[in-house]
Design a protein around this ligand. Sequence first.
Ligand code: DC
Length: 230
Amino acid sequence: MRVAIDGPAGSGKSTIAQMIAERLGFLYINSGSLYRAIAFLALREGVAWQDVEKMINLAKKHRFDCLSDGSVIVDEECLKEELRTPEVDDIVSQVSAIPEIRAEVNNIIRRISEGKDVVSEGRDITTVVFPDADVKLYLDASPKIRAERRYRERLSKKASTKEEGAEADSISIEEVRKNIEMRDKLDAQKPIGALKIAEDAIYLDTSDLTIEQVYDKVYKILRARIAHGR
Ligand code: DC
């Protein structure tokens, strides 16, 4: 069975996809992490994202795999926290806009999924990667709520990595919101793989819902689908 989830940053799709995958014993594939892994390798290997030919070679020369905790295995190396740095944040949108890189990532996702039950999430999973998915969901929330969620995430990450008494994150909620709006714009404008709501996707606005409430709704939808023979 294939479950495809799309939505903008901060819509809750990664958390929900991971919870659902764990509950149902499905493989979780975070496509954004694959774009992030390629961006990370480019930075480490000194390849400029503007050099499309080198970027394509870079993506082709490594072997990628996904683990259900959201980390990416590149060759023998496991990458997780490295994929969420400000340096990777800065170039990942541009990397993901390269059509050949998108084709490569889509091939990786399809290869990893072969013969497995999967929950995959991103921006174009319901429309491009798995247009024939058994269940398609589009999670959304207002920019204000998404910015608040990302801001709180940053604060809790800082709190868990810094010593006691450390100062709060220096980035303001307004800056987080601007960054989200900028990425929404870039994602919507991509010539290939732009974020869109698939015609047959179930649309869920999560603005006024807790993660548990979203999870309950999504789980019920999936149980009903499974009970009706997918
Ligand atoms: O979801 P995220 O922030 O980890 O995604 C990282 C970047 O990759 C983001 O700029 C959107 C892009 N992306 C994409 O273009 N297509 C996907 N299927 C997933 C992510």
